[in-house]
Design a protein. Structure first.
Length: 407
């Protein structure tokens, strides 16, 4: 059961929050949004409240919010295409992942949800032009398009903050567990059990603080303030330079090292909500930077495409996180959410970033692109997304089969 539920809960929450951002922004600026769907394909559950139908669909690979559009004056939508499959209206929406197949066929008046007083598709009344997506100002349209990634970023901050508030701030104390023979630390006289309290006068509390200070000082003479068996003392350590390679971006840089290792046992300190919120923000910002680094590395050739993962990787990671408890599960939701946020900002037409670019270019141009031009742009975006999907699925299957045959 966990194998089935964990991926659905994790990915479903991230998708729901993303689409909720688009939906709330659309409602706030007055755009007609008759459908909010989690998943694609045939509806498993549907319920209409007010002018919006809420749907849980069979394929949990994303979601969409339908919004009224001028592409088809009778009824077309930013996400999911026209209300009937035969409308042949191009999908032009934020984070659209393809045309949603509508299961309302035949005479719409025979549907049980038909409302003679409602706007299409629930009733006979056409959608007023002022409720169209395109009728809104550029800032209002950008608000709708960017609301999804904003909500994902907020979700990541909330999850990271909740982890720190509930479980404490994790850290490794700046206490030496081992000293490598012949390295600068051993030559200077540092020993196991020494607590490092300052480097060149700068206070050190955690191993991360220590690593940051020393890394910035390759080939330097550094003053270590330590406490040994309760006695404060100072030792002068000559750092050595070492080339390190970032595991994700493959970028190389020179850092300072002295040849010591920390105790492996992680400690926790309980902090107030303000500090937890700050940690949540910093963790989210760091994760976003890591994702940007991966994207840049892919285009620069520093990151192998084989490092990418897709739905299977997400599912396997979700199950592993769920088995580890609530803390790793919250961390996974945060990491996946900020991934979705950053990747959706890429200028690919079917993603939010691509739609932002199209709307800005149309504003500069002073008129909308023709239907044919939009079709070509969207087809190019769909091809790019399809190639990416095939690549990550290949990577997922290769890893899965490799793990199976290694057992």
């Amino acid at each position: 059961m966990l194998t089935l539920l964990a991926p659905i809960i994790v990915f479903g929450l991230v998708v729901f929050v993303h689409e909720l951002g688009h939906f709330l922004a659309a409602k706030a600026v007055g755009v007609y949004a008759p459908r909010f769907s989690i998943g694609f394909g045939p509806a498993l559950l549907r319920k209409r409240f007010g002018e919006t139908e809420y749907v849980l669909a069979a394929l949990p690979l994303g979601g969409y919010v339908r919004m009224a559009s001028r592409e088809d004056e009778s009824m077309a939508f930013i996400e999911g295409g026209g209300e009937h499959p035969s409308d042949a209206v191009p999908t032009t929406g934020a984070n659209a992942a393809g045309r949603a197949v509508d299961d309302h066929v035949g005479d719409p008046r025979l549907r049980k949800d038909w409302d003679p007083d409602a706007l299409a598709p629930f009733g006979p009344h056409p959608v007023p032009e002022h409720r169209w997506f395109e009728s809104k100002s550029l800032p209002a349209r950008l608000l709708i398009l960017l609301a999804g990634v904003t909500m994902n970023a907020l979700l990541a901050i909330v999850m990271n903050t909740a982890n720190v508030a509930a479980y404490g701030r994790p850290y490794l104390p700046a206490v030496i567990d081992s000293v490598l023979p012949g390295q600068p630390a051993a030559v200077a006289g540092l020993a196991r059990g020494d607590s490092i309290i300052a480097v060149n006068g700068a206070p050190v509390r955690t191993w991360g603080d220590l690593l940051e200070r020393v890394s910035q000082l390759p080939n330097s003479t550094v003053d270590f303030a330590i406490v040994r068996a309760g006695t404060p003392m100072h030792l002068s350590v000559s750092t050595r330079a070492q080339q390190v390679t970032d595991e994700i971006t493959q970028e190389r840089r020179t850092v300072g090292r002295v040849g010591i290792a920390p105790r492996a046992r992680e400690m926790r300190e309980h902090v107030g909500f303000g500090d937890a919120l700050g940690d949540g923000w910093r963790a989210t910002w760091y994760s976003a930077g890591a994702v940007v680094g991966v994207v840049r590395g892919l285009f620069a050739g520093r990151v192998a495409v084989s490092n990418l993962g897709g739905p299977i990787a997400i599912a396997r990671t979700s199950v592993a996180a769920a088995k580890g408890g609530l803390e790793p599960l919250l961390a996974l939701v945060a990491f996946l959410s900020i991934n979705i946020a950053v990747l959706n900002l890429l200028p690919i037409p079917v993603l939010d970033g691509g739609q932002v670019l199209i709307n800005v270019l149309e504003a500069i141009k002073g008129s909308a692109f023709s239907v044919r031009t939009r079709e070509y742009i969207l087809r190019a975006g769909l091809v790019a997304i399809a190639l990416l999907f095939v690549t990550v699925m290949w990577n997922d299957l290769s890893r899965l089969l490799g793990d199976i045959f290694r057992r």
